[in-house]
Design a binder for this molecule. Structure first.
Ligand code: AMP
Ligand code: MG
Length: 461
């Protein structure tokens, strides 16, 4: 494996990371390699690529570390999390910028606590497919470079399951929880170094903690609006899974909605509905408030900073509303204005009432088949007339995807992969690369039957 490495995170103060190499696996076998992403990043792999992507060999020039972070998990403070099963090999750099190369499922680390440091096929292939799909949908995210079978089993609730490692790439792995880790320890040296580093990496135009916070809040609000536009539910928006650079990170029990239900929750561990679809903006704002709190110790004038940071966090909701209106107006073929907000709300209400499939309903706008999904509603004709008059119908099919990774297909893909057949994985992954093209294989765009419907997703790490 050849790449241009430059490991800037490993030049930060010692407290920020722990040097640690991936733990080799019994028998690495390649499951998937993202050649086009490798090419974009100037990475060349030989036939032994699975050795590197499993962590059995460390590439020349890499400087493997694990990162320190803390976090609020479901609102409860956990002062020490850290990379319990991930190893950051380093960063590759080039004219595309600087990109983290991280192995997840790479064995026990100094942060593992009781965990085994490993992962099974399920979460690995799920993250691969869903993160690549998000990228194809134009949503900022970590990406999948490779997946490798370890030849080892991992013990999970259902029993022994085949192990796998994913190599993911990211604009960084800096989380709200990374800031919280140092703020809670009153380690101002590390906190200041982390802030300078994050500014240089994500918001080079920012000149202060305040400007950093403004930028982070802005991108976070935009990100959540984009999630909402494709019916995506992250599922575990803990502060350790909330990225300061506005990208989607840590795909756990995440899912795309089939039938539209604003309060939809998938994750089996989210019993209160904290991370349900329509609660995501509230939680993202709450996470940004935790980021603001973590930045406070660096301010000279605490009172002034509290006032100012509070305003910035409160601005989240206006920014989100504006972005959300933009996203949904575009989905309806409208410019953002009061009328399009009203038409969006009415359509969503009719969809919720009918339990209409989210993706198919919006896609049906492009062929004016929306009546099939919500036409029974008493308000439909009025809505339809108003919408027909104002909408620009030409671009609808390039905005409303025909295909998203449907839960029942993702589950079937995992089951087949566990049985040794990767065909469905490859077919699904290929189709998801062009989400706005009506797929050849209608199975991938069809809504699930009642029998196929997936009601819950499991962290199943
Ligand atoms: P997550 O739920 O994946 O965001 O992980 C939350 C925390 O648990 C992080 O610190 C992870 O590194 C850690 N973790 C998750 N799964 C494992 C595992 N199998 N072994 C060790 N640590 C883990
Ligand atoms: Mg996490």
């Amino acid at each position: 494996m050849q790449a241009t490495w430059d490991n800037s995170y490993a030049r930060l103060p010692d407290q920020v990371f722990v040097r640690h190499e991936p733990v080799p696996v019994a028998s690495p076998t390649g499951l998937a390699l993202n050649s086009s992403l490798a090419e974009e990043l100037g990475i060349t792999f030989g036939t032994d690529w699975a050795e590197f992507m499993a962590g059995n060999q460390v590439p020349n020039g890499a400087d493997p570390i694990t990162q320190a972070y803390a976090g609020h998990q479901f609102g409860h403070w956990n002062p020490q999390l850290g990379d319990g099963r991930a190893v950051l090999l380093g960063e590759v750099s080039g004219n595309f910028g600087r990109v983290d190369i991280q192995l997840k499922g790479a064995g026990r680390t100094p942060w593992s606590r009781g965990g085994d440091g490993r992962a099974w096929y399920g979460p690995i292939l799920r993250e691969y497919v869903i993160s690549e799909s998000m990228h194809a949908l134009g949503i900022p995210t970590t990406r999948a470079l490779a997946a490798v079978a370890t030849g080892e089993s991992v013990l999970r609730e259902p029993g022994a399951l085949p192990g796998a490692v994913i190599c993911r790439t990211a604009s960084s792995h800096i989380r709200v929880g990374t800031f919280q880790y140092f703020a809670s320890r009153k380690d101002l040296t590390a906190l200041a170094a982390l802030l300078d580093y994050s500014i240089a990496r994500h918001y080079p135009q920012a000149k202060s903690a305040e400007e950093f916070l403004v930028a982070a809040v802005n991108l976070q609000a935009r990100l959540i609006a984009k999630w909402m536009g494709v019916g995506f539910i992250h599922g575990v928006m803990n502060t350790d899974n909330s990225h300061v650079g506005g990208i989607t990170i840590d795909y756990g029990p995440c899912a795309f909605m089939d039938n539209f239900l604003p309060t939809k929750v998938f994750s089996s561990i989210d019993r209160q509905g904290r991370y349900g679809y329509s609660n995501q903006p509230n939680i993202a704002a709450w996470n940004m408030a935790q980021l603001a709190t973590a930045l406070l110790p660096l301010a000279d004038d605490q009172n002034a900073a509290i006032t100012r940071y509070t305003e910035i966090v409160q601005s989240f909701s206006d920014i989100f509303e504006t972005e959300y209106a933009k996203v949904f107006s575009a989905k309806l073929g409208l410019g953002p204005c009061t009328e399009s907000t009203v038409l969006t709300e009415q359509l969503l209400k009719m969809m919720a009432h009918a339990g209409a499939d989210f993706t198919q309903s919006f896609r049906a706008l492009g062929t004016d088949d929306i009546g099939y999904y919500v036409g029974d509603h008493t308000g439909f004709d009025l809505w339809h007339d108003a919408w027909m008059q104002s909408a620009d119908h030409d671009k609808l099919n390039s905005i409303n995807p025909a295909i998203i990774p449907r839960n029942h297909i993702v589950e079937a893909m995992i089951a087949e992969a566990v049985a040794g057949n990767m065909q469905l994985f490859h077919a699904l992954n290929d189709t998801l690369k062009t989400p706005f093209v009506t797929p050849q294989n209608p199975d991938f765009s069809m809504a699930p039957t009642d029998n196929e419907l997936v009601h819950q997703t499991f962290c199943g790490t």
